[in-house]
Design a protein around this ligand. Structure first.
Ligand SMILES: Cc1ncc(COP(=O)(O)O)c(C=O)c1O
Length: 414
């Protein structure tokens, strides 16, 4: 198996396993597909904040959606200008971050009345910063691949509830703010039908704010992880967004900027996680049926999605003598029985795959979004290296952590 022109065996030998690998060719294909959808396209950098991916976005004219002040600062370090960045959150992490946003002219998108109020108080206290601010609205419904990634509706903490917009006017009046942006993001991993329909609601909310210049329809473009099914057609999103903006431009009699900010659809497909099969194991269930486990060195400390959401990722084994296809449960090295790559609803789910042997490679696909960024040092496992492939070239964009790296923030007694 190759990633662009590079054999996965070569990548494993050169960089060790597990290792995250990103294909620039695939990334560029997804950028080319998404960029025409709206006049301003942001990348939700939470999906992968690898510097080489950020650099590619910047070079291709994609702007940034940051969901923390740390992400704002990381984007600046990757070469974005402050004007390229929109900061969306439901809280300032602490009052120092509110000061930072006002002092540094960060375009801020407030997802709660409390955050908007803190923005206003800080604006008054400092006597500087942008009076123009954006609000994230919870339209009363959402969609996502899991409850945990559905960010709209009554059970989501995100966004100013759509019936509370009068309060927004009150806060703006009190502190001299202007709502120049309105935004929704109803969830991650939902479907196009939902997205298309909900855009109409934002148009109605936008009409309530006479100073609005920017209407941001959020992210949430679907990505199909199953390789036997086609990717959702997203091209039909563009005419819908254009129609929504036309309505608003007619209403206000001036230009309105349309923005979107996907993450997953940009990067999920360009990422692979290469690991190694370390051992086979088997058990027998209550009825005497044999369950075969393939234990690899890829754990939920490296790729959390299967464990957190029961997410499906394509799996390929690479080895000289793979056996016939059979039901296999693919697991990792972490000391916790939930450490299973093939699971749904917190249960291991066998998958038909050719039987590998210890020493063979495992390649997990669709690992570019919410992969490395969600990894941890659980079980004192070092964070993984990230390698970027461009044709026949490879670049180590991030080295493997060492035990010293993990321990360096500890403060043992002298
Ligand atoms: C505010 C915001 N915008 C955009 C996104 C990107 O979503 P997705 O990766 O599904 O496109 C997210 C992620 O949930 C988000 O929280």
């Amino acid at each position: 198996m190759k990633i662009e022109q590079v054999d996965v065996e070569h990548l494993a030998r050169e960089y060790g396993t597990p290792v995250y690998v990103y294909s620039l060719a695939v990334l560029r294909e997804f950028i080319a597909e998404i960029k025409p959808l709206a006049p301003v396209v942001r990348y939700a950098m939470k999906a992968s904040s690898n510097w080489r991916i950020l650099q590619e976005m910047r070079d291709q004219g994609i702007k940034i959606d940051a969901v923390s002040v740390m992400e704002v600062k990381r984007a600046l370090r990757a070469g974005f200008k402050m004007d390229d960045i929109c900061f969306t959150s439901d809280v300032f992490f602490n009052s120092g971050e509110a000061d930072y946003c006002l002092e540094n002219d960060v375009f801020t998108n407030c997802g709660t009345l409390g955050m908007l109020e803190e923005y206003g108080r800080t604006y008054q206290k400092l006597g500087r910063g942008r009076a123009g601010v954006s609000i994230r609205i919870n339209p009363g419904e959402g969609a996502g691949h899991s409850k945990k990634t559905n960010t709209g509706g009554p059970y989501s903490k995100h966004g100013i509830w759509y019936q509370n917009l009068a309060e927004v006017h009150r806060i703006c009046g009190q502190y001299g703010l202007k709502i120049t942006g309105v935004h929704i993001h109803i969830g991650s991993g939902g479907d196009m039908e939902h997205l298309k329909r909900i855009t109409g609601k934002l148009v109605e909310y936008a009409k309530e704010f006479p100073d609005v210049k920017i209407v941001n329809f959020g992210g949430g473009l679907p990505y199909q992880y199953r390789t036997d099914q086609p990717q959702a057609d997203i091209s039909e999103y563009r005419p819908i967004l254009e129609e929504r903006i036309n309505v608003l431009e007619k209403h206000f009699g001036r230009p309105i900027t349309c923005e979107i900010e996907p993450g997953r659809r940009f990067v999920a497909g360009c990422g692979y996680l290469i690991g190694e099969v370390r051992a086979l194991n088997h058990t027998f269930d209550e009825s005497g049926k044999r369950l075969d486990y393939v234990l690899t060195n890829i754990g939920f400390c490296h790729l959390l999605r299967p464990m957190a959401y029961g997410s499906y990722h394509p799996i390929t084994f690479v080895g000289g003598s793979l056996g016939p296809e059979q039901d296999l449960i693919i697991a990792g090295p972490v000391c916790e029985s939930g450490d299973v790559l093939t699971q749904e609803n917190e249960e291991p789910v066998p998958r038909k795959l050719p039987l590998p042997s210890a020493g063979d490679l495992i390649v997990v696909g669709g690992a570019g979004a919410y992969g490395h960024v969600m990894s941890s040092n659980y079980n004192t496992q070092p964070l993984l290296p990230e390698v970027v492939v461009d044709g026949d070239q490879t670049l180590l964009a991030r080295r493997r952590q060492s035990l010293d790296d993990i321990l360096k923030e500890e403060c043992p007694p002298e």
